[in-house]
Structures are given as structure tokens and as C-alpha cells.
Design a protein around this ligand. Structure first.
Ligand code: PLP
Length: 240
């Protein structure tokens, strides 16, 4: 980007960030929650590091990465004072490439992946915090373990010595209707509470640009926000 365009885009990020914080605060107020309980994760896919750093300089403490290659190619340009968590679909053969570059993996949806993370973490002598990704939207969702499969996966994943299950994550199908959003997040929170009674957990990652206020009202501790913070994503055009 040209310097002018960057400066303008950086200003826009600051304006959007202020708006998001305000909305999170009012959603918390509606639900009788302390805004300190909610972490705003900035989701960085396709975003220029200059804009990511603007968000970090303005106090964003957690970045969310979807793609291993994209993260590895951008990470050197990032400020060091934000932690990076992995939120995208992760192939077991790529775990080793990011195991010591992230502070959490939010997208564990199979025993096979949990096992690969445990093994890679063991090799580095670390314990990796993870979230289990739940498919709360039924067949409209593309990823995550079915609610029926959650407890067995939780039990098995909790037994690995080099991962620690901190909570649950979900990507519900996009809903524009507030009642529909509320229903999905209420279902997710009930599942989280029931599972937490057996396996204590402290992190519930749900809510994105289009629905984070509903997620916050229903107990999200992390909201993952991309386009509402950085603007619409521009994917590179395929070369032909
Ligand atoms: C892209 C992405 C987000 C952010 O999406 P927006 O709608 O742009 O806020 C959140 N979570 C995951 C897993 C994502 O891939």
C-alpha cells in the first residue's frame, strides 16, 4: 500500500476499534458482565502487518491466525507484545511449524489433531493450551466436533500430558436475525457449562464481526473479529 493509503487505513482501524470496544462494553452492561472478562482477538487473515500493528499499538493483545503459511510469512513484521493464537483448520502435518509460534490452538476438532499437538509440544518441552472446536450449527457448519462427540473428545484430550484444554470454540453459521444468533449462542453456553462441570474450563471463544454482541451477552470470553476491525477482506486474485 502507498503511505497515504496506509495512514488512512490505520486511522480507520482506530475508529472501528473504538466502536467495537464500545459495543462490547454495552453488551456486557446488558448482560451484567464485566468487560474485563471479554478478550477482543484481532483476526489477521489477508491483513497488512502495518494495520495489525496499529491494532496492537492501540491495545489489542491477542491476534488470531488462520493459515500456517500466511502466518509464517508475516510474523516477523508483527509487534512482539501481542500473543498469537491459531484459529484455522490445522492439518496434523503442519502442527510442528507453528507449535512454538502460538500461545494457543483454538481449532482442535479431532483426537488425531490433539495427539499431533501433544506430540509436537512434548518435543519442545511445552504444554500447549487448546480449545475444542464445536459444530453448534449442525450441517450448516463446516468444522468442529458434533455436540454429541464433545465429552468423549474432552475426556481423551484431557489425558494428554502436553496439551491443556482451556475451553471451547465455535463458528456458527452466519445469522442476521438477532433471535437466531441468540439461540445458537445460548445453546453453546449451555454446552460449555455442562462440559465445564465435568472438565473445568475458563475460555469460551465465540462471536465474530456480525454477531459478537450476541456472543458477549451469552458469555463469550473471547470474540474473534476480522472485517469489523480491519475492513472487508481483499483476497488476492488468482493469476492466470
Ligand atoms: C475469519 C475468521 C474470523 C473473523 O471473521 P470476521 O467475520 O471477519 O470477523 C473469526 N474466526 C475464524 C475462525 C475465522 O476464520
Amino acid at each position: 500500500m502507498e503511505a497515504d493509503a496506509i495512514a488512512k487505513a490505520q486511522q480507520a482501524v482506530l475508529t472501528r476499534l473504538a466502536e467495537i470496544r464500545k459495543r462490547i462494553a454495552s453488551a456486557c452492561e446488558e448482560a451484567g458482565r464485566d468487560p474485563q472478562e471479554v478478550t477482543l482477538m484481532a483476526v489477521t487473515k489477508t491483513v497488512d502487518p502495518a494495520l495489525i500493528n496499529t491494532a496492537v499499538d492501540a491495545g489489542v493483545t491477542v491476534l488470531g491466525e488462520n493459515r500456517v503459511q500466511e502466518y509464517l510469512s508475516k510474523r516477523d513484521a508483527y509487534r512482539r507484545n501481542a500473543e498469537v493464537q491459531f484459529i484455522g483448520h490445522l492439518q496434523t502435518n503442519k502442527v510442528r511449524q507453528i507449535i512454538d509460534g502460538v500461545s494457543m490452538i483454538q481449532s482442535v476438532d479431532s483426537l488425531h489433531l490433539a495427539e499431533a499437538i501433544d506430540r509436537a509440544a512434548a518435543a519442545k518441552g511445552i504444554v500447549m493450551p487448546v480449545l475444542l472446536e464445536v459444530n453448534i450449527g449442525g450441517e450448516l457448519s463446516k468444522s468442529g466436533v458434533d455436540p454429541d462427540g464433545l465429552l468423549p473428545l474432552l475426556k481423551a484430550a484431557s489425558a494428554f500430558p502436553h496439551i491443556t484444554v482451556r475451553g471451547l470454540m465455535t463458528i456458527p453459521p452466519p445469522e442476521t436475525d438477532r433471535n437466531a444468533q441468540d439461540a445458537v449462542f445460548a445453546r453453546m453456553k449451555a454446552l460449555f457449562d455442562a462440559a465445564s462441570a465435568e472438565f473445568p474450563m475458563d475460555t469460551l471463544s465465540m462471536g465474530m464481526s456480525g454477531d459478537y454482541e450476541s456472543a458477549v451477552r451469552h458469555g463469550a470470553t473471547v470474540v474473534r473479529i476480522g472485517s469489523a476491525l480491519f475492513g472487508a477482506r481483499v483476497y488476492p486474485q488468482p493469476q492466470n
